[in-house]
Design a protein around this ligand. Structure first.
Ligand code: SF4
Ligand code: SF4
Length: 328
């Protein structure tokens, strides 16, 4: 394929990407994870040690208590359940009536010391968003490691027994992300609604599993996905493919517009992808932010423009992509 210089993402926008009122706080509790998936944008794994400190956790609890405009507290990682601060943050957010989302890899429930998690999440009515990149065992194990599919199935059955996926207070969503491309034959993430129907039929028929929604997420070319693409010499062509499929109607729905993403050190970003790429959020004066600065200022709306980069094409290609699935 002949490579042409990619149009910078910011040039494709009709106007700068403005920040709206903040109502979502996404906290990345750290990089510890029991898995080490090939596509992980966090480059998380069992050997990583970075995680939230008691001091930052306390600041986050104060933030949650102080700002009623935060409606959703979204906990991610690594495996968020494995990193310091998970339960204190769940309890602070729930006692303030906020929705709590945990992005779970499901297999964590089978690690020593974590078997209480499904019942704990049910007790606190935590919404579980669980990765299951395919409903076929081979594809999942290739991406996430041997035996991950079987454990994920057992975990979903366990959650179903507790009422997840059926009780309106116990919401269970699954996340699909495509297999990493083998060559330059790229395709857009499949249509969310049709894929959800296929997942529901297959999982119900073979394993008696029910869930609420399927969220389709595009592989953003950063972290291990970027390393993989570079190793296969297809990084630039993948980025170009995403840029060629830029869909301007996704822009108004981008998740970075109404959320703050916080890292384990308390730094503030516009989204988890920018966090992983060390692209911090900035105020009008060009200052970076931390949780303690937000507390000092007494307000959350200090950012007028979202920081963007070319990997933002991953969120705006085709139907779009976000932590909440497709955008259009
Ligand atoms: S993708 Fe999720 S489960 Fe896999 S290594 Fe990364 S954080 Fe862990
Ligand atoms: S990567 Fe996606 S969510 Fe993050 S700033 Fe870019 S468009 Fe927004």
């Amino acid at each position: 394929m002949v490579q042409t210089a990619i149009t910078p993402f910011s040039h494709r926008l009709k106007s700068p990407l403005t920040k709206q009122s903040i109502n979502v706080l996404q906290i990345n509790l750290g990089k510890r994870c029991n898995l080490a998936c090939t596509h992980c944008h966090v480059e998380a794994g069992p050997k990583r040690t970075e995680e939230l400190s008691t001091e930052i956790c306390q600041q986050l609890i104060t933030l949650i208590n102080q700002f009623p405009e935060i409606k959703i507290v979204d906990l991610t990682g690594g495996a968020p359940e494995m990193n310091y601060g998970f339960k204190p943050l769940v309890e602070a957010a729930r006692s303030n009536g906020k929705q709590v989302i945990v992005r779970s890899n499901l297999t964590i429930y089978f690690m020593a010391g974590f078997a209480d998690l499904p019942a704990y999440c049910a007790q606190h009515k935590v919404k579980i968003v669980a990765s299951l990149p395919c409903y076929l065992a081979d594809n999942v194990d290739k991406m996430r490691g041997d035996g991950v599919f079987d454990q994920s199935i057992k975990a979903l059955q366990w959650l179903n027994k507790l009422g997840y996926g059926q009780d309106p207070d116990l919401h269970l969503d699954l996340v699909y992300n495509p297999q990493l491309p083998q060559g330059e034959k790229f395709s857009l993430t499949a249509d969310q609604r049709s894929l959800e129907t296929a997942y529901k039929m297959f999982l119900q028929e073979h394993f008696g599993i029910v869930f609420n929604q399927l969220l389709t997420i595009t592989n953003i070319p950063i972290g291990r996905t970027k390393l993989y693409l570079q190793r296969h010499n297809i990084y630039s062509s993948y980025l170009q493919f995403l840029a060629d499929n830029f869909n301007s109607s996704t822009v108004e729905h981008l998740m970075c517009r109404n959320e703050l993403s916080i890292d384990y050190l308390g730094n503030v970003y516009d989204c988890d992808f920018n966090q992983m790429m060390n692209l911090p959020a900035k105020t009008n004066d060009g200052e970076t932010l931390t949780v303690s600065k937000l507390l000092e200022a007494g307000k959350l709306d200090l950012i007028s423009e979202v920081q963007t980069a070319n990997y933002c094409y991953g969120c705006t290609a085709g139907c779009g992509s976000s932590c909440g699935g497709a955008l259009t």
